[in-house]
Design a protein around this ligand. Structure first.
Ligand code: IMP
Ligand code: MG
Length: 193
């Protein structure tokens, strides 16, 4: 859904803060469709009873688009992890804010997250979910900062590998803003340095 084109000047307040668009909405859309196909092919018959666990809040837009391209029944289990304290763009604790609300024992589980950066978030999510005895556990991230992503934290499905710059939009935030920006853009560094 693309609303901005017909909106005139209202979007310029976010636009002003974006240095440049890294991945435009039409490229995101094409890749999300491909990812859904990859996921469907890997799960095959195992898609029965699949539980999707989005890591809130960064995955919300990606999740909404991705699951509407997946043609089988699924449940959504919610859990909230937060990494950043305040407005810092690096460091900070990774904490479990709200625990999972669906039983995943003997279920195939697909975790959906916005970005694999240091891997701390997904390491925590994986270990939390593994303890509950899922039949399988896989991870799908929209973005991966390839240079930084540690070798021990695997994502089976990756939308785009990107360089190590701070990006916002399509669910990704800076200080909880810009999640509703429809493209993925690099934030002007002077806004956080
Ligand atoms: P990790 O734990 O370092 O892998 O970071 C994962 C979380 O940090 C993501 O789910 C995001 O919420 C946040 N994050 C990491 N890099 C960025 C970025 O470039 N823009 C916005 N959020 C980011
Ligand atoms: Mg975030």
């Amino acid at each position: 859904m693309d609303c901005y084109a017909s909106w005139g000047g209202y979007n310029d307040r976010m636009e002003r803060d974006i240095a440049y668009i890294l991945i435009a909405r039409d490229r995101i859309e094409r890749r999300v469709r491909e990812l859904a196909r990859e996921i469907s092919e890997v799960y095959g018959d195992d898609s029965q009873g699949l539980v999707i666990v989005p890591v809130l809040s960064g995955s919300i837009i990606f999740l909404a688009d991705l699951i509407r391209c997946l043609p089988f029944k699924m449940k959504i289990g919610l859990m909230t992890i937060s990494r950043y304290r305040g407005t810092s763009t690096s460091g900070g604790d990774t904490r479990l804010i709200q625990d999972l609300n669906v039983d995943i024992r003997n279920r195939h589980v697909l975790v959906v997250d916005d970005i694999l950066d240091t891997g701390n978030t997904l390491r925590l999510v994986r270990s939390q979910l593994q303890q509950r005895g899922p039949a399988s556990l896989r991870v799908c991230v929209l973005l991966r900062k390839l240079a930084k992503a540690p070798k021990d934290v695997l994502a089976e499905f990756v939308g785009f590998d990107i360089d190590d710059s701070f990006v916002v939009g399509y669910g990704l935030d800076y200080a909880d803003h810009y999640r509703n920006w429809p493209d993925i853009g690099v934030l002007r560094p002077e806004l956080y340095t």
